[in-house]
Write a protein that binds this ligand. Structure first.
Ligand SMILES: C[S@@+](CC[C@H](N)C(=O)[O-])C[C@H]1O[C@@H](n2cnc3c(N)ncnc32)[C@H](O)[C@@H]1O
Length: 332
């Protein structure tokens, strides 16, 4: 199942190979007759497997380009499958109050997004510097050409944990004074020029492009909002499975599910959550892909799955406290 390809040759480029699929299904089980929200539909790899296991699926994606994949599943599974375009930060609203037994989020970009040069996500293929999943709002070019040098450096530091953020920001700002930076190749060359490239290492643009993508798509705020939306939506016993590909995201998920793992940003002077206050009970330990899966699909290397089920305690108001969510605009 993990090797599944796009359902039809006529569908957009892909295929996106679902990551940790068997583990995600196990975390959401039992599936026969269950109603599951797939908040990151993509090419529909999870949705298809959930439907084949007997679940009803409400799928969400903010990328309009996934529509043909959703239409194909609609044709195949009829009323057991529905698709709602939108952002998963509002997944409780998008699910329209229907009773739901589980929510799955597979955070990040799909292979279709990465592989399509016109989307501007990848420095491997030259294209417009765009990176917008939903095709609206500020593009990567808007940020790269419009941010103050300090904010640009803060962005790279906050979302890329970039030690040389100031040097890269300085090179970009000097270059854009001569001409705007409008393509992925232009930006990749500037990053390489500012910090060099060691033989054998990944291209230095890899991490910096990811940081920019996180900012363009507001990915960390979306994740926080989506987690709290799942907390509001799911009844006691309802299950949540989240696959993250970036340490910043995984840390947010970990701390959201277990506030006792709040780390240094959570005040040591605050009382620890009592176990009967907990909103989530761990279903299984955090899972990573095994050697067989990473051999087949290198993209699975950084994936971490966390899963939990809802306790009977009421949902919390949305708050980033204790979640270590970095931000860059106006940061010191
Ligand atoms: C990693 S892919 C999901 C792949 C999917 N699990 C599959 O098996 O085909 C992530 C998808 O989530 C979508 N996405 C990312 N952030 C989103 C958000 N905040 N709201 C809605 N969709 C989002 C992206 O557009 C992309 O299609």
């Amino acid at each position: 199942m993990g090797q599944r390809t796009a359902p039809e040759n006529s569908l957009p480029t892909g295929p996106h190979v679902p990551v940790l699929l068997a583990e995600v299904l196990a975390a959401l089980s039992p599936l026969e007759g269950a109603r599951i929200v797939d908040g990151t539909f993509g090419a529909g790899g999870y949705s298809r497997a959930l439907l084949e296991a007997g679940a009803t699926v409400i799928a969400i994606d903010r990328d309009p380009n996934v529509t043909p994949f959703a239409e194909a599943l609609g044709t195949e599974f009829g009323t057991r499958f529905s698709f709602v375009p939108g952002a998963f930060s509002a997944l409780d609203v998008l699910a329209a109050g229907a009773p739901v037994d589980g929510v799955v989020l597979d955070i990040g970009v799909s292979s279709m997004q990465l592989d399509e040069p016109g989307r501007g996500f990848s420095f491997m293929r030259d294209g417009p510097l765009d990176m917008r999943m939903a095709g609206e709002g500020e593009s990567a070019a808007d940020l790269v050409n419009g941010l103050e040098e300090t904010d640009l450096a803060n962005l790279l530091y906050a979302f890329g944990e970039e030690r040389k953020s100031r040097r890269i920001a300085h090179t970009i700002v000097a270059a854009r004074a001569a001409e705007p930076i409008t393509t992925t190749a232009q930006l990749a060359r500037l990053i390489e020029k500012s910090i060099g490239r060691k033989p054998g290492d990944a291209h230095p643009a890899t991490r910096r492009f990811q940081a920019l993508r996180i900012a363009v798509n507001n990915e960390l705020d979306e994740l926080v909002e989506g987690l709290f939306a799942a907390e509001r939506l799911l009844p006691e016993g309802g299950r949540l499975a989240v696959v993250a590909f970036h340490s910043l995201e995984d840390r947010i998920v970990k701390r959201f599910l277990d506030p006792d793992k709040g780390g240094p940003t959570q005040s040591r002077h605050l009382p620890q959550a009592r176990s009967d206050d907990r909103r989530w009970v761990e279903v299984a330990k955090a899972r990573k892909a095994g050697a067989a899966e990473t051999g087949r699909n290198p993209r699975a290397r950084s994936a971490v799955l966390r899963s939990a089920k809802r306790s009977g305690a009421g949902p919390r108001p949305v708050s980033v406290a204790g979640l270590s969510v970095p931000s860059f605009r106006g940061a010191a």
